[in-house]
Design a protein around this ligand. Structure first.
Ligand code: CIZ
Ligand code: SF4
Length: 304
């Protein structure tokens, strides 16, 4: 068995041999973020993949993210380092179920959170991320919106864009939905001088208790620019890697020890090494689905 340093060295060699790039989501294990060429949210990573000249992308994240990279970079080999790393929220909707819902709400525009399969994106009119969901919904002329699959992000958007009629889907993130208002109040009592930053995948009542609600990137940017020095972080613990690395003078407390996404934590240095060595697990998409899903992603990207 190779030790951590040997593994890192082998990964570096294989990366050059295969002309590959390693991209890691903000929720990945620290050791994976450490060796990645870039760390970011799912859209930033997909765009990074599309804009560089490497042949192979090793995606350290969950399945839908590697699919998004493949949608935007069809000629590249996209590998998901751990094939069982899925997103339970993305699995809370299928293309069949969405087709049925579209029959029930024929006039509604389907806005689909990027945390969804390529098949679901292909059935949607436009995608959104947790950074741009409000802007995406505001850009739509129609009043009726079918927002899938995250009911918490959907409720957050509904409050910000009251002129729209937002129909919610019964989906949620098992990691963020678990946070309760009581937990927020408790930790605020322990650290009364810290600002509370939470992700919009948290329940509405939790978001209402927070000082700031935003995506991983928005939380990271907010903490970096803020004049405050103490923060309670209400999103997956992986973001602490970048927050602590880039802000050594600031203090970060995790809102709850339960803020761990088990799927994100499946990827380790061994997974990255095996992925590169054996060129697995390759993401393949039906071209018709890819093109339809790309249309929904492109419509979002045009909004900026
Ligand atoms: O889009 C992403 O990467 C996710 C899942 C969360 C976020 O807030 O960045
Ligand atoms: Fe899915 Fe939640 Fe994990 Fe993100 S944190 S990948 S939404 S289960």
């Amino acid at each position: 068995m190779l030790d951590r340093n040997e593994l890192k060295e082998r990964i570096k060699q294989l990366k050059e041999e295969k002309n590959a790039v390693i991209v890691a989501h903000n929720y990945q294990n620290d050791e994976v973020q450490e060796i990645a060429d870039v760390i970011g949210d799912s859209l930033a990573l997909s765009r990074y993949c599309a804009n560089n000249d490497k042949d192979v992308i090793v995606f350290c994240g969950v399945h839908f993210m590697a699919e998004s990279a493949k949608i935007l970079s069809p000629s590249k080999t996209v590998l998901l380092a751990e094939i069982d790393a899925g997103c339970p929220m993305a699995d809370m909707i299928t293309a069949d179920a969405l087709r049925e819902a579209k029959k029930k709400y024929p006039g509604a525009v389907v806005v689909c959170y990027v945390n969804s399969s390529a098949e679901v994106k292909a059935e949607s009119d436009i995608c959104c991320t947790s950074s741009n969901a409000v802007e995406v919904v505001k850009s739509i002329p129609e009043k009726d919106i079918l927002f899938v699959p995250d009911k918490n992000l959907g409720s957050y958007v509904a409050e910000k864009v009251p002129e729209k009629n937002i129909i919610l889907w019964e989906g949620y993130c098992i990691t963020h939905h678990r946070i309760s208002v009581e937990q927020v109040r408790e930790i605020k009592k322990i650290h009364p001088d810290a600002l509370v930053l939470v992700h919009p995948e948290c329940r509405k009542e939790v978001c209402e208790e927070a000082d700031f609600v935003g995506s991983t990137k928005q939380i990271i940017d907010f903490a970096e620019k803020s004049e405050h020095s103490k923060f309670i972080i209400g999103t997956e613990m992986g973001v602490l890697y970048k927050l602590k690395r880039d802000n050594p003078d600031k203090t970060f407390y995790l809102l709850s020890q339960g803020l761990i996404c088990p799927n994100m934590k499946k990827t380790t240095l061994e997974s990255v090494y095996n992925a590169l060595k054996e060129m697995k697990y390759e993401i393949k998409l039906d071209e018709n689905i890819r093109l339809k899903a790309k249309k929904a992603l492109d419509r979002m990207i045009r909004i900026g």
